[in-house]
Write a new protein. Sequence first.
Lengths: 89, 599
Amino acid sequence: MITKEIAICNKLGLHARAAAKLVHTAARFKSDVKITKGAEEVDGKSILGILLLAASNGSVITISANGDDEALALESIQHLIESKFDEVE
Amino acid sequence: MLRVSQRGSKDVRTNIRTYKGIGVSPGIAIGRALIMETIASVYRVPIKAEDVAREIGRFEEALVKTQEELKELKGKVSRSIGDEYASIFDAHAMILSDPSFADKVLQKIEVDKVNAEWAIFEVQEELEARFESFENEYLRDRGEDIKDVSSSLLKNLQGMAHHDLSEIDHDVVIIAEDLTPSDTVRFNRKPIVGFATESGGRTSHTSIIAKSLFMPAIIGVPRLTKIIDNEELVILDGYEGTIIVNPSPAVIKEYRSKVSRHEEYETNLLKNKNEPATTKDGRRVSLQANIELVEELDDAVRYGAEGIGLYRSEFLYISKSPMLPTEEEHFEVYRKLAEAMDPEWAVIRTFDLGGKKLAREVIGVKEDNPVLGLRALRLCMKHRDMFTTQLRALLRASAFGKIKIMFPLVSGIQELRQVKTLITEIKAQLDREGVAYNRELQIGIMIEVPAAAMIADVLATESDFFAIGTNDLIQYSLAIDRGNENVNYLYEPLHPAILRLVKFVIDSGKKAGIPVSMCGEMASDPLYAIVLLGLGLEIFSMNPSSIPVLKDVLRSVKYKECRRISEAALQKKTAQEIEEFVIESVALRFPEGLVAKNL
């Protein structure tokens, strides 16, 4: 299992559409994806779970991936978050 | 959750009452009131172990059905009003298909041994409570989506299919506390002829959809569901924003004839579509359209608009909320506007957000006095990234056709200079990127702050055009909130101060050789338009459907006479004196004008 801390840098945070993109990305991989913020851990393939993290701009989340393609999964998710979910702000 | 209330259906009151709200979608609807309760009556029913499988089956069936409905709604909305509105239903479908939602419901059914309704209700409540605890406004609002989704589920579970209503054999006006966009779309069918809500908030989307579906609608009538009973006959006037309960036969007759007169009149008026807006003595003016959706371009053309005098770009913001529109999304809309009206122009106003409109959403803080707070251009200059995205898209779109940019709520020349500096910077950036834009792009301002009106001569030296926004200009000048029923009697468009300000703005524009238009409601009222024509106004911009009436009026009057009326009006001391004088003069000089006024 590998983990990585990433700061949410898009302006609106993990709102519905951003969360949906994250789910789409995570679901492409076989690995289990978990997202943690503070004491809360949610399934990276569940939109409700992600929404309930209430991760607004500036919050730091930890992503962990566990499985055959864990490295690629983590990298793809990191890229998505760092590219601000392709939102123009 | 919408359910038909049983309350009061036997004991129909008979007194005539009239209530005032905000008309958000024009038209007149006459029908029996049908009150929708927004809270479901859900009961906790313990079930036996052997019934768990049956209950799960019910839930899964409702789940499938709701998914299908969402798909259908999405298709319907994207066909009738466009993809941008359909994305709401996409988000709902995603929530429904999230295993963590369904699993929680199943768990409650299995472990707690309760009926599916109660299980859904509890899951919804739990989720909502968590969303409500969020500090971030954008994220907190997602709770509303959970509620909407569970409502649809509960309805399907209880077999409350929509066709229940279609069995009603008389026309129905829906009365509700609040309506979601999905409710509104579903209402677009017989026997529903209109709707009225208590809530004035969260309805912007709902109102837009109602308007696009040609369904008369009123919002913001306080306590409406408490003061109207089921089955009471109501007349809903979406033009005036009024709802009349238990009208007398005479009133019903009057409204029925108003409806048919309006239809007939409109058909007749559309005959003038290709005629120029020229007065009897040859003064040519331009009638343009105020729109908020690209889809309204068809209306603008149908009613004979000579260009778009005002495109309210904030609706683009609303439709994407809580996301910000991307540069490409802005660009696509502006490009359509640029191409659609060619050879006429489309004036695009940058975000007029804040004030009463969406203040909470945009700035995230509650201001004590939002109308005098961070709004419109001030807000955009503060949220520079959001503004730059819009301006870049506008500049890029200017290469494709005829658009002009306009800034709202400018109060002094310093603000105009600051925004022009920003535009210069963006132009330089586009030059570096090798992106095309119209180098002659015209930049104008709204004149809606009294201070701006009083220095119109100064502003005219650095602005390419003016558009007078009377709604705000009147409210700010007379220091009254039109929505406040204690003072709204003071909202007087013909107040001598307003006429003087408007005259000064028109004269200053003329002296500087720049066009002056008016895009407030005042411009579309036949009586006021006569005064404005007399003051020298040449461009009138209004809702597309108002154009034919106004053209008819303007074609039936003489400019010289109007000028005399206006000059005399400027000598009067009160709004009432002016109004009486104008009505009298119009009746005397052009009796046809009053026909339109009475419509």
